[in-house]
Design a protein around this ligand. Sequence first.
Ligand SMILES: Nc1nc2c(ncn2[C@@H]2O[C@H](COP(=O)(O)OP(=O)(O)OP(=O)(O)O)[C@@H](O)[C@H]2O)c(=O)[nH]1
Length: 304
Amino acid sequence: MFSDMKALPETKESLEQLKRMTERIPGMIFQFYRSAAGRMWFPYLAGSATLIRGVERRLLADNAHHAFERIDAEDFPRLMTAIERSAKTHNPLATQFRLRQPDGEVHWIAVRAQPESLSGGTLWHGLMVDISEQVAYQAHLRELSDTDELTGLANRRKLMARLDEEISLSNRHGTPLSLMLIDLDHFKRINDTWGHLYGDQVLTDLATLCTNTLREEDLVARLGGEEFAVLLPLTPLSRCQPLAERLRKYIAEHDFGITPGRVTVSIGVAEHRVGESREVLIERADRGLYAAKHAGRNRVAGSE
Ligand SMILES: Nc1nc2c(ncn2[C@@H]2O[C@H](COP(=O)(O)OP(=O)(O)OP(=O)(O)O)[C@@H](O)[C@H]2O)c(=O)[nH]1
């Protein structure tokens, strides 16, 4: 088979073959030109027609705008900056962006191109590939690594990352931010009396109760074992405390399938203080939790 694959001389046939081949590759090869005055177009564009569906290549040969207007508004400035930088530094253009197709579907496109400085502007020689599947797979992996397997809630890792983001917003804008630490009371006793599988069911039900009681913007996470946390953006302690109280009551009255009143939680609450670190905020909520346990459990407590 390989013996048939001799390099062909550049005849009309070999050019035809090259054209047929480029039309079948799962991506596009292109030349992209930007004049010193900022006009942009594609002097050459070949490859899978599905990548830029519904845009006539003839039009792109005159003005790249016909493709650019399909690029996601968030990604467009980043692409323009990458083009600018590549032209200036002569380093390859390497970026990715979302492209809207005529049916509304959004595809992720990766672009790699080598710039060549010409007297009137810059000419890039490159390729574009649809990377939507890889991007979706990466998002799936990220979600798995951020999720608690038993309850489907966010895990400790995800909570810490969100805490950092929210603390930084709270520091910048002075907006309120509260944290609840929730711990099941005498969970060991529940496990010992009803079995570990039943204990698992209680943890899952508790996760559902928390999620149903709180707002969508609140992040409910399982920190591990029988400890949960809720992060409440834009919420001062004066609102967090009654919410925690409502949640505590809701759980104590919920029928977990054993005598009502057997499953209770203690909750520690704290509001972030501007400039305070993540660790100190958690420590204060934890002190509240300890105080709630110490005062007899099935209650909410804050700490200074
Ligand atoms: N079923 C189940 N049990 C767990 C899981 N993770 C931790 N536990 C159990 O949770 C119990 C925690 O016990 P302790 O730390 O003594 O706390 P507690 O019994 O809840 O007592 P207080 O917190 O003081 O009210 C232990 O029995 C652990 O085995 C889990 O994923 N599933």
